[in-house]
Write a protein that binds this ligand. Structure first.
Ligand code: SF4
Ligand code: SF4
Length: 361
């Protein structure tokens, strides 16, 4: 880790933890275990990729999720395989010293560093709603992006504008790819995103010398190629028509499907049921009894709300199509169209798309 970043967070990762992290990343990437030694070799190269991590209009939840105590191994692994030259939350430097560190890294590593962006970028009123060291976020982004090798937009704020972009979006918040068009950009969406997907992306970049394949929204297919619903552990209950009718009822206690209490899993693309969160605890929202809120999808704050209303037009086996969510109808049709677009982009769900086309959508 670069001198500018606090080294006292945790001791360096031991070899067991390192191998475990690489194995986890290989699994997330869909690679066989035979690739793990190659990934370890790439990750332990003396040439750790320099990373500049910028924060803009956000809650810092993305960094928090990465660094939180429940999975220090994962944070440690990521921080050990990269050289984190600038990160406002964890770096020891401040003020002019911090600015100098960032510019030194930019000059020394021009064309080679990865830029990670956390937070949306407000464009309204010349970007006055987010200023750091006297500069607007949009100007900082353009300056740092210009010399980067590639950009990782980390979290739904950086990818799609974030909750602050909810209508009427008073600050004009947008994601990175609305501003930067001349650099490779990879969107790791989620509010917050799963650190495993950041680890997988970085290890893919180091091992194969290129970014992973992306879907139509610039998200890595390995993480966003399938819907939550397609690999949810409650899916058998959905297929058999066993639903929670109300939070806390007997069916909730039995672990039935959460669709009727608002789960957006049928319209959301992400690997949460497989990657899970908090490392050892290995939980995710649906496993602890809360429906998916669709946080990896663009505009989820407008299109997936109200969070506790069921989404319409979802076919339930043996029960026909649920169409009684009138308040959501118009909005969700847009979401469905977007989801079909992604499906097409990743080459999955051809039958579903055909079904929707036949239905006149
Ligand atoms: S994506 Fe969510 S968790 Fe990450 S900074 Fe934005 S609001 Fe916070
Ligand atoms: S609706 Fe939600 S809880 Fe039910 S199977 Fe689909 S993703 Fe799982």
């Amino acid at each position: 880790m670069a001198d500018t970043v606090n080294k006292t967070l945790d001791p360096r990762l031991n070899r067991r933890g390192f191998l475990k992290g690489c194995t986890m990343a290989a699994a997330a990437l869909g690679l066989s275990e035979t690739m793990v030694p190659k990934m370890v070799e790439a990750a332990t190269s003396a040439q750790r990729p320099p990373v500049i991590w910028l924060h803009f209009q956000e809650c810092t939840g993305c960094s928090e999720t990465l660094l939180r105590g429940a999975h220090p191994d994962l944070a440690r692994l990521i921080l050990d395989i990269i050289s984190l030259d600038y990160h406002e939350t964890v770096m020891a430097a401040a003020g002019h010293q911090a600015e100098e560190a960032m510019h030194q890294s930019m000059e020394k590593n021009a064309g080679k560093y990865l830029l990670v962006v956390e937070g949306g970028i407000p464009l309204a009123e010349n970007g006055v709603y987010c200023k750091i060291a006297g500069k607007n976020a949009v100007d900082i982004l353009k300056e740092v992006a210009a010399k980067s090798a590639a950009i990782i937009a980390y979290g739904t704020c950086a990818t799609f504008g974030g909750v602050q972009a909810a209508k009427p979006n008073p600050t004009g918040a947008v994601g990175v790819d609305s501003i930067i068009s001349d650099k490779p950009i990879i969107n790791i969406s989620g509010c917050p995103p799963n650190p495993v997907n950041l680890l997988g992306t970085i290890l893919h970049y180091l091992t194969f010398n290129r970014l992973p394949a992306l879907d139509g929204l610039k998200r890595p297919k390995f993480a966003y190629g399938r819907r939550i619903h397609d690999h949810c552990e409650r899916r058998a209950h959905f297929d058999e028509g066993r639903f929670v009718e109300q939070f806390g009822d007997q069916f909730h206690k039995l672990g039935y499907c959460l669709y009727k209490v608002g789960c957006k899993g049928p319209e959301t693309f992400a690997n949460c049921p497989v990657a899970r969160f908090n490392n050892e605890a290995g939980v995710w929202p649906v496993s602890v009894g809360h429906g998916c809120i669709g946080c990896t999808e663009p505009n989820f704050w407008d299109t997936m709300t109200p969070f506790y209303d069921r989404i319409p037009n979802v076919k339930i086996p043996g029960s026909g199509i649920i169409e009684d969510a009138d308040r959501l109808g118009t909005k969700i049709l847009g979401v469905t169209a977007a989801a079909v677009g992604v499906h097409a982009a990743v080459g999955i769900g051809k039958r579903l798309i055909k079904g929707k086309s036949d239905g006149g959508e």
